[in-house]
Ligand binder design. Structure first.
Ligand SMILES: Nc1ncnc2c1ncn2[C@@H]1O[C@H](COP(=O)(O)OP(=O)(O)OP(=O)(O)O)[C@@H](O)[C@H]1O
Length: 261
């Protein structure tokens, strides 16, 4: 099959107004258009309530906009039924949430394996892939543990493995480091950066300038719209040293202040 040319993900004129909100409330999404290139690492920032999670959910097919289109790798998510969207989410899209949930009756490894088996991957292949991912993320020795015996950082690493088990074309994250202590957040962030360097397309919502500074492009939202963007460019091969990374974070913070974030 030939790969569709052009951006990996394109959103056009997305609008969404939550029905449960007051009818006078402003829309959660107000005419958002954007494109994400293959292999890009994009972060979405903006004040609380500006629509970041709503946008991420519409881009990833978790939710549907009231109007507008989302096309992922040639598939128009917005033209699909909920059932078809969930099939695409299982097979082609990875998610990492701020508070990952796991099946408590399964071991850590089986939680990682599960979406692979649900997507009809032979169990042996799913197990081998889960071990490989767990080993890369440093949690393979915890494979047989119950998820109740793991730290927040270990669980988030497991969530990343689970998100990658079906080799998704894109990985979405909603505040993936938001609930972690500083050390665990740094480890998870390093892992996400590593995943991107290995070729993944990443789209993360974050309030954390340290996360955004590792991305290539930062989109800023306000009142349901993307109001500005900053292209930081790729991190050079071989991670930046701490002082260069600080400098990149400070430059971004300065720009974000100017953009009113
Ligand atoms: N299920 C819902 N029903 C009604 N209103 C909602 C719902 N989800 C979000 N909203 C409203 O839509 C707007 C955008 O919410 P959203 O969660 O997308 O913002 P956000 O930028 O991700 O916020 P935060 O940074 O606080 O997580 C807010 O005004 C919010 O109150």
């Amino acid at each position: 099959m030939t790969r569709p040319s052009g951006p990996l993900l394109t959103a056009r004129a997305l609008r969404k107004h939550y029905r449960s909100g007051s009818s006078a409330a402003s829309p959660a999404l107000d005419d958002v258009s954007l494109a994400i290139e293959r292999g890009e690492f994009v972060t979405i920032m903006g004040p609380s309530g500006c629509g970041k999670t709503t946008l991420l959910n519409c881009l990833s097919g978790l939710d549907a906009p009231d109007s507008g289109t989302v096309v992922l790798d040639g598939s128009a998510l917005t033209a699909l039924t909920e059932r078809e969207r969930s099939e695409i989410r299982l097979r082609r899209i990875g998610f990492v949430f701020q508070h990952p949930t796991f099946l408590p009756s399964l071991s850590l490894l089986d939680n990682i394996v599960l979406p692979g088996v649900l997507a009809a991957m032979p169990r042996r292949d799913a197990l081998a892939r889960a071990h490989r991912l767990a080993s890369v993320t440093g949690i393979d020795e915890l494979a047989d543990r119950s998820v109740s015996q793991l730290s927040g950082g270990q669980l988030q690493r497991a969530a990343i493995c689970r998100a990658l088990i079906n080799d998704p074309v894109i990985l979405f994250g909603d505040e993936p480091t938001g609930a972690l202590n500083q050390a665990a957040a740094a480890e998870v962030l390093a892992l996400l950066s590593e995943t991107h360097r290995a070729g993944a397309t990443l789209v993360l919502v974050t309030h954390d300038v340290r996360v955004a500074a590792r991305s290539e492009r930062v989109l800023v939202m306000r009142d349901g719209s993307v109001v500005s963007e900053q292209r930081l460019g790729a991190l050079p091969e071989g991670a930046l040293g701490p002082s260069e990374m600080n400098e990149r974070e400070e430059r971004l913070s300065g720009w974000l202040l100017g953009a009113g974030v």
